[in-house]
Design a binder for this molecule. Structure first.
Ligand SMILES: Cc1cc2nc3c(=O)[nH]c(=O)nc-3n(C[C@H](O)[C@H](O)[C@H](O)COP(=O)(O)OP(=O)(O)OC[C@H]3O[C@@H](n4cnc5c(N)ncnc54)[C@H](O)[C@@H]3O)c2cc1C
Ligand SMILES: NC(=O)c1ccc[n+]([C@@H]2O[C@H](COP(=O)([O-])OP(=O)(O)OC[C@H]3O[C@@H](n4cnc5c(N)ncnc54)[C@H](OP(=O)(O)O)[C@@H]3O)[C@@H](O)[C@H]2O)c1
Length: 446
């Protein structure tokens, strides 16, 4: 643990030691900033990827495999082992995260079993007062937030009352509790499709209710991981790439209505991708039954918007998560039902000592992007990178782009395209930046 009493370089707090937090610490250390403490409420690194049979910080499911391919899911300069498959399992990924943290000496800077309960700007935002669950308060010059955004369940609301069991996918671990039951899964994202596929193996009946049409993308196309096929087109203009993807999906999968699903009203790149080969298979084998949106609930009966009604024992709402920061005063930061106005998805417009790492929902993998966020943040703290004068204009442009591109939904407020976002970050990261030179923290400019 670094000595907090004597510090020549700025004192930096990182909240969370999930895939984003560990790369934050690694990149700070590599920029020569060693006066770092990372607070982690769990007992080890890994965040969502620590599988837990109990309800916890939204662990992955027992059967989860990653949805982006191995090559496009690696931290910079730290490849996954050669014997890992195209889409590694959650156990393999957890090993990878722990190997990364060990390799770069990150563990030495993490204080486990320690929850941050409050984070307050101090000295006009030039410092932070961080309160821990035991009541102690620490002062830091910078705060890097990496607490994750897939842990606080967002529940749907319907008229009426359901008398059966109503869960969120956050509570789903495996299919054992659903043996012989009639299960309705709600949602069209990756959780909904994974959960429906899993319950369909053991349930008496599984249906999936989607409130709109989605493109369900198989994990392999032309014998290659789908994102590797997409990566071949990244140099092309977005509209050509989009047409090619739409065409390729049409050739390989066909019309979504042939699977009993609704016709998507958005373009293929206009929503976070749902990657699932097995759902398509289970739909065509009559193991998962497609249903429209729900109108109301009554006892054990679910009334759908097409006028049909069916009885269910269990409803699993795979309806996503709230972006939340319980340690911030909501007057300071509240992104739950709002836009997320950050420069390059990292820097707060006025609190210049506050940065977010991994607060993106990419069409691709999160942690290579978190790695790039952390590189830029570390260079900024080390004094090698200046924020532009027109920060707010850039943020506004970014928000307009997000709102124009993606279908209107809470989950799309932080949507980015993997290659595009990585490229824009790489343009900003100074090459071969010198290490920390004892420069003062930038002034607060609210
Ligand atoms: C079922 C499931 C499957 C997923 N599959 C994929 C996938 O295939 N690809 C992908 O890119 N993403 C996937 N995700 C998204 C997942 O969130 C990211 O992969 C990744 O875990 C994000 O890392 P993170 O560090 O930002 O957040 P997290 O993994 O959530 O880690 C945050 C860490 O912060 C700690 N923490 C939170 N609050 C505090 C506090 N106040 N004080 C101290 N510590 C705190 C938590 O304990 C946790 O360890 C999946 C998510 C789920 C739920
Ligand atoms: N590796 C894996 O296999 C895997 C598994 C699960 C999750 N993940 C990842 O984890 C993250 C979270 O995924 P997620 O699927 O849990 O959440 P998500 O991506 O936010 O998807 C939530 C889904 O629920 C729908 N929804 C939300 N509110 C609804 C309502 N009131 N009524 C009906 N439908 C509603 C959304 O519809 P809209 O389309 O209208 O938004 C969307 O289809 C994503 O990054 C995902 O890629 C990966």
């Amino acid at each position: 643990m670094p000595n907090s009493a004597i510090h020549a370089s700025p004192r930096v707090c990182v909240i969370g030691a999930g895939p984003s937090g560990i790369t934050a610490v690694k990149n700070l250390l590599q920029a020569g900033i060693t006066n770092v403490i990372c607070y982690e409420k769990n007992t080890d690194v890994g965040g969502n990827w620590i599988y837990s049979p109990q309800v916890s910080h939204s662990s992955v499911f027992e059967t989860t495999h990653i949805i982006s391919s191995k090559k496009l899911s690696e931290y910079d300069g730290f490849p996954m082992p050669d014997d890992y498959p195209d889409y590694p399992s959650h156990n393999q990924l957890l090993k990878y995260f722990r190997a990364y943290a060990l390799h770069f000496g990150v563990y030495n800077y993490i204080q486990f079993n320690t929850e941050v309960t409050n984070a307050q700007p101090h000295k006009d935002g030039r410092q932070w007062l961080i309160t821990l669950h035991n009541g102690s308060v620490e002062t830091f010059d910078y705060l890097l937030v990496a607490n994750g955004h897939h842990w606080n369940p967002r529940m749907p609301q319907y008229p009426g009352k359901f008398n059966g069991e109503l869960l969120h996918s956050h509570e789903f671990k495996n299919n054992l509790p659903f043996k012989g039951k009639r299960v309705l899964v709600i949602g069209g994202g990756n959780s909904a499709c994974d959960v429906a596929v899993e319950t369909s193996r053991v349930s008496a009946f599984t249906a999936i209710s989607m409130r709109r049409g989605y493109y369900i993308v198989p994990k392999f196309m032309f014998g290659k991981p789908a994102d590797m096929v997409n990566a071949r087109f990244i140099k092309l203009p977005r509209w050509i790439r989009h047409s090619l993807m739409q065409f390729t999906h049409r050739i390989i999968v066909g019309d979504m209505t042939a699977y009993g699903l609704q016709k998507p009203e958005h373009p293929i790149l206009g929503a976070h991708p749902t990657m699932n080969s097995e759902l398509l298979y289970q739909l065509r084998h009559g193991k998962v039954h497609p249903r429209p949106d729900i109108e109301r609930l009554e006892g054990n009966t679910v009334h759908f918007k097409d006028g049909k009604a069916e009885q269910y024992d269990t409803i699993i709402a795979a309806t996503g998560f709230n972006i939340s920061f319980p340690f911030f005063d909501t007057h300071l930061i509240n992104y739950t039902d709002n836009d997320v106005p950050l420069f390059k998805r990292i820097f707060h417009p006025t609190l210049r000592t506050l940065m977010f790492i991994g607060l993106v929902q990419p069409m691709g993998c999160i942690w290579p992007l978190a790695d790039a966020h952390a590189k830029l943040a570390a260079n900024y703290i080390a004094g090698n990178y200046q924020l532009p004068a027109n920060l707010q204009t850039e943020i506004d442009k970014d928000l307009t782009r997000i709102n124009k591109r993606y279908s209107k939904s809470h989950r799309h407020t932080i949507e980015v395209e993997y290659h595009e976002h990585l490229q824009e970050l790489h343009k900003e990261i100074p090459p071969n930046a010198p290490k920390w030179q004892n420069k003062p923290a930038p002034a607060y400019s609210a």
